[in-house]
Design a binder for this molecule. Structure first.
Ligand code: ZN
Ligand code: FE
Length: 255
């Protein structure tokens, strides 16, 4: 039976996500930005929390862990490299490890850059990746702990996932991301279409995700750093993709 999901807002702009296995009843929260909205989403769906899959140590992804763990006695899975700075960890995972949520299987992909230990969870059979603060819709996370080259390597890992993979990210930053993307890639028809679609989604009070890897490959400047036209737009024609990526990320920081 295919996985089910629930998507909702936490804090100011964090996405909360639940992943449910209808076969076993297992339910995972991807990160725990805030306990109350996660509990409300569980209650509305009639699901019981069995697991929390943590992507990285930042407070806006971990603040709700202990309250949820106290209430549901759920298992907390977290990246090995950051386990010491994440509360309540029961199990640590690394690149290539599999994580079970009932009968669903997620594969761990290490995506250093935003933080050094950041991981994403790829549920291959269900075509879903939980990308948190590595890949946003039409954007990517700030490179805080890692190097630009590490983050570019992480972008390549995301880009290699199948096009039909649905991407759930950590924040509703799509509108601001599109503004920046248009400043460096305005001749891209797929980006113009995405801008219209996102504006409509937001005007209707809907989230702009999930997006897909295929759509991000067409619209996300950070995945498109190897495109000659994009490099030319920022005066870097012929430069290697990792350098174009670094320049794009710097410009976004100042945008
Ligand atoms: Zn973060
Ligand atoms: Fe975050």
């Amino acid at each position: 039976m295919p996985a089910q999901t629930r998507l909702f807002m936490c804090r100011s702009d964090n996405f909360g996500v639940l992943l449910h296995d209808p076969k076993t009843g297992a339910t995972a929260a991807i990160d725990a930005p805030e306990a109350a909205p996660i509990e409300a989403a569980l209650k509305a769906a009639g699901w019981k929390l069995t697991d929390i899959l943590v992507t990285h140590h930042h407070a806006d992804h971990t603040d709700g862990i202990m309250a949820l763990k106290d209430k549901y006695k759920c298992r907390v899975v977290a990246p090995a490299a950051e386990a010491k700075t994440i509360p309540g960890v029961d199990e640590t995972v690394r690149e290539g490890d599999n994580v079970k949520v009932g009968s669903l299987t997620g594969n761990v992909i290490e995506t250093p850059g935003h933080t050094l230990g950041h991981i994403v969870y790829w549920f291959h059979a269900d075509n879903i990746v939980f990308a948190a603060d590595t890949l946003f819709s039409v954007g990517c996370g700030r490179v805080i702990e890692g190097t630009m080259d590490q983050m570019w390597g992480s972008m390549l890992k995301m880009r290699d996932l199948p096009d039909e993979t649905q991407v759930y990210c950590g924040h509703e930053y799509t509108a601001a991301n599109i503004k920046f993307a248009l400043s460096v890639d305005k001749g891209n028809p797929a980006l113009l279409a995405r801008a219209e679609q996102a504006a409509r989604q937001l005007a209707e009070g809907r989230p702009t995700i999930p997006t897909t890897i295929g759509e991000e490959k067409q619209t996300n400047p950070f995945l498109r750093a190897g495109e000659p036209s994009l490099a030319a737009n920022i005066g870097m024609a012929g430069k290697p993709a990792n350098e174009v990526f670094a320049e794009l990320r710097e410009r976004k920081n100042r945008f």
